[in-house]
Unconditional design. Structure first.
Length: 278
């Protein structure tokens, strides 16, 4: 039997979700090929919030990694490489999840543009309403801009139309408007960027023969995470078995991130990992 480590206290971290898109993208590039190569029978289709599950796994990984020396002392060949790569695999799974969310959410590819689009559109609409009241602009121009479904395309078209009206009527309203010339130029630029990106998004979302769906890549990214975290939990159970509050406090179950009912029931791993003891 392996030697039990000293049973001292260990931090039971709370779960936080803080995503660095640069880091998640880099991790996904590193592990994407491995995810795509998974045999179909191994792919786990659990309905979880993958972003939250990855954050839970990061907590467990951190607690176990901090005690790697205890594992090395107790086992001849503990899978430290698997345990230490888990944080990166968590980021990769989060990125696969984000890619899938982006595929489902029409606004997701525009998160960098939409805040400013909304602000400028609001400024221009408010000012145009004042121009209508002062009879400098026909009411129909304002009504046409306000009509629409508030989609990204609609907002980009609104911004484009508003910028075009102000450019065409600048000599009439200059000095009589709260809108600045720089804001009109920026509105036109943002509208052009958003409409161009819309075209690229439509092209990117058009399925190609034999292409793996974003949902499947999400499942595969989660499967990599699950497989590595099962190893971490097994060794975490060994490390934290006798601590106050139970070992699961330090290597929490991913299934607390279950998005809906159903799915695989969590099973407690054995307290002694399948590794050859020293």
């Amino acid at each position: 039997m392996p030697k039990k480590p000293p049973q001292t206290s260990a931090p039971a971290d709370t779960v936080t979700v803080d995503i660095d898109l640069t880091a998640t993208e880099a991790a996904w590039r590193k592990h994407e090929a491995r995810a795509r190569a998974l045999p179909a029978k191994e792919v786990n289709g659990a309905r979880l919030d993958v972003t939250v599950a990855a954050s839970i796994a990061l907590v467990g990984a951190r607690n176990v990694i901090e005690r790697r020396d205890e594992l090395a002392a107790a086992f001849r060949d503990p899978p430290l490489a698997v345990i230490e790569r888990l944080p990166e695999v968590c980021l990769a799974a989060q990125h696969a999840d984000l890619l899938h969310r982006a595929a489902l959410d029409p606004a997701a590819p525009f998160v960098d543009l939409l805040p400013r689009i909304n602000v400028l559109r609001g400024y221009l609409l408010d000012d145009l309403a004042a121009q209508v009241r002062r009879k400098r602009c026909p009411a129909k121009v304002l009504d046409d801009v306000r009509a629409g479904d508030n989609s990204v395309r609609d907002k980009a078209n609104d911004l484009n139309d508003l910028a075009a009206w102000y450019r065409a009527n600048w000599s009439k309203v200059s000095g009589k408007t709260t809108v600045e010339a720089e804001e009109i130029a920026e509105a036109g630029t943002l509208a052009t960027q958003a409409l161009a990106r819309l075209g690229a998004v439509v092209a990117a979302r058009t399925p190609k023969p034999g292409e793996v769906s974003s949902a499947e890549l999400r499942r595969r990214g989660f499967t990599l995470l699950l497989q590595d975290y099962e190893v971490v939990r097994r060794y975490g159970a060994f490390l934290f078995w006798s601590l106050e509050g139970g070992w699961e406090r330090y290597v929490p179950s991913l299934w607390t991130a279950r998005a809906t009912g159903g799915g695989k029931k969590d099973e407690a791993p054995a307290p002694t990992p399948d590794a050859e003891p020293k």
